[in-house]
Every structure is written in structure tokens, then in C-alpha cells.
Design a protein around this ligand. Structure first.
Ligand SMILES: C[S@@+](CC[C@H](N)C(=O)[O-])C[C@H]1O[C@@H](n2cnc3c(N)ncnc32)[C@H](O)[C@@H]1O
Ligand SMILES: [Zn+2]
Length: 604
């Protein structure tokens, strides 16, 4: 595919599509938006002119890109997402090696086929060497990237200047002002040879680049809120072995505040619980997989992270209808006890060997249900049912270790503004137990049992001393994943309570705490310090969990306050107060707001 593809896209289709959003109208001369408003079709909410954030004086610099203030002032820009962009640059840089390797393997296969078909086969076919890859250059065999929702083009320009091994980037946006800003920023940064602006609906660009048209090697979706209605186009327009990168910022929906909305958007019911951030990742992954399966394609998650106010997942897409048949094994429904929040996964499929002679001959079977009894064995309460969620690994550990090699290299701090944070988070990701979906939070367990929280290392030691495995999750401090049964976990807390008794108030008959504490301890619990209780990333003092970086940080508007004049900041400060009151009434996820405070207090 050549540059012609995107330029022809831009000239053929620019502004000539009837748009779904009520606030956009179609005209013969092109797309018009209602006066003073850009639309946000992602969540059918419009962004009014007074809400659009002007950038600060001068230019904005991030990485090697510079964004012009004048042309970008009515376009979305979120400085807190630097971490998201840095991480994407890191992932793309490592993926570039895989991309060239795949191209090389394909060429070698073709060569071998051709030389085998020639009668006089004189020379053995050999692989061409992979060229030294540098950022800023266009490579014939390089990656073709679509940034489907590009806003100012900051991300695409950074990819062009900082990621090696690119052929071309199509930076697309539906908003006319975004496209104006994109064009100006591309020219100012002198990356016209790599980045072309496209003015179109994101889905339309992706539908025009699915077979029989050539596909993109990488598609980046970074919308406002939920990406789900872009997924159908995205999973079809990524080449086999290519990369799909997706951001979701609608965390309230994914984290269980609105299970019915979550079902309508992602095809899964979210649950409010201690591990809602990993649950959000797993809901998003099952949603991408289900879209991919419709076209005989499947995903392999390379890295899936929960950061700040969003989640971001990087998945490889491949084609194989037979692998798709195994997808139900990678999905589980989730039973959650309404009292003690015990979670039990109910896989939707089982994968069993069906031949003694050939144990590799596997078949997918339907599981026997239910995996729980009518009431919870720990507190006698009933269950809620959520999911389905992705139950397979959410990262590829070998890929993560390659990312860590790059981010710990000598020149990493020059390349990535958020280098230390990436290194810290990836170190925890690398330690995560990949076969254990979801995590506990020690403070939440303690509060359910009505006792004081024991030191994390004491708790970890008790689990490890009993021969179980344990790791933390990158999603939250004081989180832990373990293969220890819930019964044993409760026994650890009961044993702690013996020396640190729960208050009388919590032991009132009928409460969850009273029910949990009424059960006898049936395991031996040993609190002696275990040599592996303190993970390597913690011992080496890595920046493992981010404390909210800026005042008024958050998605969209909230995040830009630090770039504005005092009056707007003052207005935002006042609004934040109101929103906080509203949140108190509507949010029940609980721990997100206080996380940085808790982090300081906890000994994690
Ligand atoms: C969150 S911003 C993108 C930020 C950008 N990726 C970055 O890193 O700075 C979302 C953008 O999507 C655009 N957008 C919304 N719906 C769209 C659609 N259907 N097609 C293309 N662009 C769309 C908006 O105009 C907005 O500029
Ligand atoms: Zn229970």
C-alpha cells in the first residue's frame, strides 16, 4: 500500500459521509457541524464551544513533537496522556522488529517456493537481513499505521519522529478543526513524508481498508470514552500478525457503576468489586475478541494496563477459524457473592484431550454448571452474575520483557518523559501471576472482616509459607493475586484477628464480618517472614504505582486545567467540588479517589 491510499481516501471521502450524530449535518460542500460545537459521537454527547480547551501560550512540546497553539486551540489535547503515548511508542518500537521479521519470513517462504518450482535450482534461498531501523525514515517494508482518532496529531507525529521502521501513518479525525490542526502540525514538524492527514469517520477509513483492500499493520483507537463501536472496523482492518491498540476511558461503566450500560456497550456485565480495574481490562479484551471472532480472527494480548483514569490494551490480531473455536475457553462468567465478595469463575468452555493415542488432539466441550452452590460457603449470602470476561493471560511476558529491555536502556530517559513510571509499572506487570485472573485487595478483605489491615509482607508471607503462589497486580497498590483458595485467605485473616480482635460493633449478629469470623480456622497459618514476600520491583524501589500527577488531572477537560488561566482553573475548582458531591451519591467504586492517600499510608 502506498501513500496514494490515504491521499485518495482523503480526497475521495473527505467530509462526504452522512454522519450518525444528530449534531452533524451532511451538505454538498462537505461536513458541517452545528454552530460552535464539535461532536463527540463516541458517547453521543456533544462538546460545546465553551468546554473546548484552548492550549497554553506558545507551543506544546511532548517527546520530539511540537504542537502549534493557534491551530490546535479548539482540538482535544490531554497532557496527562503522555504516559499512554510514551507506552504506545515503546510498544510500537518493539513491535517494529516483529513486523520486519514477519515480512522477512514471508519473503523467504516465497523465495523457497519459487526456487523449488524452478528446474535448475542453483542457489539456496536465504533471508534478507533486516535493515537498521531508525525513526523519521520511511521504509518500503515498514509499518503502515492508522491513528483513527488523531485530534491534534500529536500522537502520530510522535510515532513518526520516535518509532523506527514505519512506512506511513494515516492520522484521521472527523472534526474539521482537528484536521486543520493536524495538517498544520504535520507541516510544522516536517513529517509530511511519513504522516498524512485524513478527514473521515474512523469506521469508514477502516472499512475501506479491509480485504480485498490492503490492511493496516497497526490501528490505534484512542477515543473519548468507549471504543466499542469502532471495533468492528478495527478488527477487520488490521493485517494478520498486526497490532491493535485500544484506549477506554469510560471507567465508571467498566468498573461496575452501570452494569446494564456495560452490557450494551461491551457485551458483558461489569461488577462493582475490589478488582474492578482488571475486570475492566478483561471485559474490554473479551469484547475485542468477540468482534474479531466474527471474521475468523482472534487476539493475543501483548500488554494490558490500567493507568490513571483509563485502560489501554495492545493486542496482536491473527486469522484462524480453528483457533476461534477455542475462544469460549478463554471466557468466563463471574459469580460474585453479595456479602463477602468472593469471586468464582465459570469458564464458558472446556478444552479436553479426546484421544489417548494422540493427547494433542483437543476438543472444546461445554462445562458442567454451576460452579457454585446456591449460597456462599463463607457468609451464606447469594450471588450476582457478571461477565463474560477474558480469563486467559492479559500480557505476553516475553513481549513485556523486551519492553523492559528498551525502557531500562541508557538512553531511555531521553526517549520517554515517563520512563521511570513505565519501568515501574512494567516491573510489576512482569511479576504478575499470568494464570490467575483478578486480584484481592488486602484493605477490602480486612474491612469485610471488620479487622485492622495487617502489613502486606506479613500477609504475603502467610500465603507463601503455605506453599501457594502470590504476586501483586499493576492495577492497584495493596492488590494481590494468588492461587490460594478463598477459604485459606479468610483463614489468614481469621488468624490475624486472634491477635488483633475485631471491634464488638462489627461482630453484631447477621453482619458479614460476624459470619466470616464465626467459622473455625481449618488451616495452619504461619506469619513468619518469607524470603520471597518482598517482590523484586519493591525492593529495588521502582516507581510502581502512580500518585495523581497534577491538580485537576483526569480525562478530557479536567486534565487541561494546568494549561489555562486562573479564572478557568477557579471555575473548574468550583465545579470539581460539585462533582465530588455528585460522585459521593453516584459512585460506589470507592477506592479510586483516595488511592494516592492510601498509597502513602500503606506499606506497599
Ligand atoms: C480523545 S481524542 C484523541 C486524542 C489523540 N489520540 C491524542 O493522543 O492526543 C478523540 C478524537 O476523536 C475524534 N472523533 C470522534 N469521533 C470520531 C469518528 N467517528 N471518526 C473520527 N474521529 C472521531 C474527535 O474529534 C477527537 O479529536
Ligand atoms: Zn460470601
Amino acid at each position: 500500500m502506498s501513500l496514494l491510499r490515504s491521499t485518495s481516501l482523503v480526497s475521495r471521502f473527505s467530509g462526504k459521509f452522512p454522519l450518525t450524530s444528530a449534531r452533524c449535518t451532511f451538505s454538498a460542500t462537505g461536513m458541517e457541524t452545528s454552530a460552535g460545537a464539535d461532536t463527540d459521537p463516541t458517547n453521543n454527547k456533544s462538546i460545546a464551544a465553551e468546554d473546548v480547551i484552548p492550549l497554553s501560550d506558545g507551543t506544546i512540546k511532548e517527546g520530539k513533537a511540537t504542537i502549534l497553539k493557534e491551530t490546535s486551540k479548539h482540538v482535544f489535547y490531554n497532557p496527562v496522556q503522555e504516559f499512554n503515548r510514551d507506552l504506545s511508542i515503546l510498544v510500537l518500537s518493539v513491535h517494529a522488529e516483529d513486523h520486519f521479521k514477519q515480512k522477512q519470513d514471508k519473503k523467504l517462504k516465497e523465495k523457497k517456493r519459487n526456487s523449488a518450482s524452478k528446474e535448475n535450482n542453483e542457489s539456496e534461498a536465504t533471508a534478507e537481513p533486516i535493515p537498521d531501523l531508525e525513526p523519521g525514515k520511511s521504509y518500503e517494508d515498514g509499518m503502515i499505521i492508522l491513528e483513527a482518532l488523531a485530534a491534534t496529531g500529536l500522537r502520530s507525529i510522535r510515532y513518526a519522529k520516535e518509532v523506527p521502521g514505519i512506512k506511513q501513518i494515516v492520522a484521521n479525525d472527523l472534526s474539521p478543526s482537528a484536521v486543520e490542526s493536524l495538517k498544520a502540525n504535520i507541516a510544522y514538524n516536517k513529517v509530511e513524508h511519513l504522516v498524512s492527514a485524513s478527514h473521515n469517520d474512523a469506521s469508514m477509513v477502516m472499512y475501506l481498508n479491509r480485504p480485498p483492500a490492503p490492511r493496516f499493520d497497526v490501528v490505534d483507537l484512542d477515543p473519548y470514552g468507549c471504543p466499542s463501536h469502532f471495533l468492528d472496523g478495527a478488527v477487520q482492518s488490521v493485517a494478520s500478525g498486526g497490532l491493535l491498540m485500544v484506549t477506554c476511558t469510560d471507567m465508571a461503566v467498566l468498573a461496575g457503576n452501570s452494569p446494564e450500560t456495560c452490557y450494551s456497550k461491551y457485551g458483558a456485565i461489569s461488577l462493582r468489586n475490589r478488582c474492578c480495574y482488571e475486570m475492566a481490562l478483561r471485559i474490554a479484551l473479551q469484547c475485542i475478541e468477540s468482534h474479531a471472532n466474527r471474521y475468523g480472527r482472534y487476539i493475543t494480548p501483548l500488554l494490558s494496563v490500567s493507568a490513571d483514569f483509563y485502560i489501554r490494551t495492545f493486542v496482536r490480531i491473527d486469522s484462524s477459524p480453528s483457533v476461534c473455536k477455542r475462544s469460549i475457553n478463554k471466557l468466563s462468567l463471574v459469580y460474585q457473592c453479595v456479602g463477602c465478595e468472593t469471586l468464582t469463575l465459570q469458564p464458558m468452555g472446556e478444552f479436553k484431550s479426546i484421544s489417548e493415542k494422540n493427547p494433542n488432539q483437543m476438543k472444546t466441550l461445554l462445562p458442567h454448571v454451576p460452579s457454585v452452590s446456591e449460597t456462599c460457603p463463607h457468609c451464606d449470602m447469594r450471588y450476582h452474575l457478571g461477565g463474560p470476561i477474558w480469563n486467559a493471560p492479559i500480557h505476553d511476558k516475553s513481549f513485556v520483557s523486551r519492553l523492559l529491555d528498551v525502557v531500562t536502556a541508557e538512553d531511555a530517559a531521553e526517549k520517554f518523559g515517563t520512563c521511570k513510571r513505565i519501568e515501574g509499572m512494567l516491573s510489576v506487570v512482569e511479576e504478575e501471576l499470568e494464570d490467575i485472573p483478578l486480584y484481592y485487595k488486602l484493605d477490602r478483605l480486612s474491612s469485610l472482616m471488620g479487622i485492622s489491615t495487617m502489613p502486606v509482607l506479613t500477609f504475603s508471607s502467610a500465603i507463601l509459607n503455605a506453599g501457594y503462589r502470590l504476586s501483586q497486580s499493576h492495577c492497584k497498590p495493596s492488590s494481590f493475586k494468588t492461587d490460594a483458595p478463598q477459604k485459606f485467605v479468610w483463614d489468614v485473616l481469621r488468624a490475624w484477628e486472634k491477635e488483633n480482635p475485631a471491634s464488638e460493633k462489627r461482630l453484631k449478629e447477621g453482619t458479614v464480618s460476624a459470619k466470616l469470623l464465626s467459622k473455625a480456622i481449618t488451616h495452619t497459618v504461619d506469619f513468619k517472614m518469607h524470603p520471597e514476600a518482598n517482590p523484586d520491583s519493591r525492593q529495588r524501589g521502582k516507581c510502581r504505582y502512580q500518585i495523581n500527577p497534577l491538580k485537576f488531572w483526569g480525562p478530557g477537560i479536567r486534565s487541561i486545567a494546568n494549561l489555562q488561566d486562573g479564572s478557568i482553573q477557579e471555575k473548574q475548582r468550583r465545579n470539581q467540588g460539585k462533582n465530588a458531591m455528585k460522585r459521593k451519591r453516584t459512585h460506589t467504586t470507592g477506592d479510586a479517589e483516595d488511592e494516592s492517600k492510601k498509597l502513602e499510608e500503606s506499606n506497599v
